[in-house]
Design a protein around this ligand. Sequence first.
Ligand code: ADP
Length: 204
Amino acid sequence: AAPPDTPLPPTRLGPNTGTTLPTPSKALNDRVGLIRGDITKLAVDAIVNAANQSLLGGGGVDEAIHRAAGPRLYRECRALGGCATGSAKMTGAYALPARRVVHAVGPVYNPFDRAGSERLLTGCYTRSLELAAEGGCRTVAFSAISTGVYGYPSRDAAPAALSAIRAFLTGPDGEKIDKVVVVTFEMKDVEAYNQFIPLYFPPV
Ligand code: ADP
């Protein structure tokens, strides 16, 4: 993954700390936010890693999370025996400021099976939110899953992510989660989310 265009200082994020950037939407605006920065710095209940099927670490955000969490995270992941694409597993967060890490395995983007890619990507978001809710995590920060090395175009990944987040927050277990933030690291993802958040979380 490419580095950010501009470095950002560490961000503290609690349920009501008001540190999320304002989104252009009004409806559910206190439930969804966009943060540009490093997900390893966020003090949320759960951060969502863009992992691979081995759950043994990789490049990009996965590498950054393992480096910041320390070797105990690797040891817990090794005992999990991997994870299917389109699903997720949860661990402790060790030296990270977050409480838990959800390791979501996004698809390698397949331009010849866009519907299949989308089904797997939305599966990651839905399963991650289910795990977070089951684990009592009320604030959740997502990486831009699959948009790095896995090649998923940001303009397609952002609406898929937002539709899954919206479906969960408006569904039967939606009240179990207070706030979801999407953490963007690169300009292409900032642009995609700024375009699509008002469509999925429209002004009232
Ligand atoms: P994948 O293999 O699922 O595509 P990558 O880690 O390559 O995962 O990329 C996922 C996204 O995470 C990309 O948008 C990348 O820029 C971003 N990213 C990389 N490092 C960080 C970080 N420290 N915090 C937040 N996002 C990051």
